[in-house]
Design a binder for this molecule. Structure first.
Ligand code: HGY
Ligand code: MN
Ligand code: MN
Length: 416
């Protein structure tokens, strides 16, 4: 199959899935355990069935398509990504990896090829963590890393827990442990994804081969002051939660800049209560997302945030708590599989560059315990997690064809 034909299939799939959003006309919003997720899942299941995959939905709400190999005793290859999105996100984040897996399965069948290994195409649930502030729910579930306590602990902005959301969605939360795989049955995981940044796009290369994925730590910080009248309360009698939080938030970006190493730190969410113009703020909640390929940088910035909170709160009498939502260390991807990807890209005459992923992806969770590799297609202008997210279908098709080559190149023996 050439790039044009593959590109046509992928465009049809991705355009069809674009409709499943809670914010039509304002990007794609498909949060986990919602009706948008359910509709997209049902459509993806039909796409998988159409190319001959045996389809099931697991206890975490992941979608799993199986193309049986001639020797199912061999550890399987797994490819895919997530079907949930951020709020007002784009059409390609996550779905690229799922639709490429589906189209490679179609190509294998159209060519009449019988793989030795089972091939699993997977659509993960709740990679983004957008609703509950966590992330990697579906991938951590197949790794057996999500506890029943987690399901009750993490809640969305309407105070709905993951547990309640799962039940509403039609899942049985108590059955979640059944979603865990025997990792000995898996040879490797390959995730195709858009780059979501400017490095590959600006390099002008067609493909990004990912060597390393940054580590991430995420927190929700709650600073508590005292609500008072904004006009009558003298400045030296206030316990202003905004004053304390703002002094810390303002310092975080420079702490990341000082580190280099591609270290980043972001406050993407701030909520002030009660939120009146004439009321001294009683409470501020803000998010912290710190990432680096060097874990020591992450630890140092988190320590600085905690120390600064101690200082500013002691000064104005406010208090704080720092709730950890995610801690995951940087991970190097499989050198052997990267070498196979380079061989395939060169054979097809596609330009490529080796690179670091600043975004997490399900691969970040899975690479902690399994051989994993990622393949990027360029994001136009490096934009992602926004409605203007765009990747050329031809670029996605090239990644899919290299995925096809890699799958065929990993069929020979147990360590291929
Ligand atoms: O936030 C991330 O790195 C990914 O897009 N979920
Ligand atoms: Mn994302
Ligand atoms: Mn993603």
């Amino acid at each position: 199959m050439d790039v044009e034909k593959m590109s046509g299939y992928l465009q049809k799939n991705l355009e069809a899935l674009h409709q499943y959003t809670a914010t039509p006309g304002a990007g794609t919003t498909r949060l986990p355990f919602t009706k948008e997720a359910r509709s997209a899942v049902n459509h993806i299941k039909s796409m998988m069935a159409e190319v001959g995959l045996k389809v099931r939905e697991d206890e975490a709400g992941n979608i799993i398509g199986l193309l049986e190999g001639t020797d199912p005793s061999l550890p399987a290859l797994v490819t895919g990504s997530h079907f949930d999105t951020v709020t007002n996100g784009g059409d390609f984040d996550g779905l690229m990896g799922i639709t490429c897996g589906i189209e490679v399965a179609r190509l294998i069948r159209e060519k009449g090829i019988r793989l030795k290994r089972n091939l699993i195409v997977i659509g993960f649930h709740d990679e983004e963590g957008m609703r509950f502030g966590t992330g990697y729910f579906g991938s951590k579930s197949i790794l057996g890393q999500v506890t029943q306590e987690d399901l009750h602990r993490y809640k969305d902005k309407d105070n709905v827990s993951i547990y309640e959301a799962m039940k509403e969605y039609g899942l049985v939360p108590e059955d979640l442990p059944k979603a865990a795989w025997d990792l000995k049955t898996i040879r490797a995981f390959i995730e195709l994804h858009i780059e979501q940044g400017p490095v590959l796009f600006q390099s002008g290369k067609e493909l990004g081969l990912v060597e390393c994925i940054v580590g991430i730590q995420r927190y929700i910080v709650t600073v508590r002051g005292r609500s008072d009248h904004a006009g009558t309360t003298p400045m030296d009698m206030r316990i202003d939660a905004v004053e304390a939080a703002a002094k810390v938030i303002a310092k975080i970006p420079d702490w990341a800049r000082e580190k280099g190493d591609g270290t980043v730190a972001t406050t993407g969410y701030v909520k002030v209560l009660p939120g009146g113009m004439n009321i001294v703020a009683e409470e501020v909640q803000f998010s912290v997302d710190v990432r680096s390929r060097n874990n020591a940088n992450i630890l140092d910035i988190v320590a600085k945030i905690r120390a600064e909170l101690d200082t500013v709160c002691a000064r104005n009498g406010s208090t704080y708590q720092m709730d950890n939502k995610l801690t995951i260390t940087p991970v190097n991807l499989s050198e052997g599989m990267l070498a196979k990807l380079e061989k395939a890209a060169r054979a097809r005459g596609y330009s490529y560059r080796l690179m670091v992923s600043g975004a997490g992806h399900d691969a970040l969770a899975i690479a902690q315990v399994l051989d994993t590799v990622m393949l990027f297609a360029p994001s136009k202008d490096g934009r992602s997690h926004c409605p203007v997210e765009w990747t050329e279908y031809r670029d996605i098709a090239k990644a899919a064809l290299v995925l096809y080559d890699l799958i065929l190149d990993m069929q020979e023996g147990p360590h291929d």
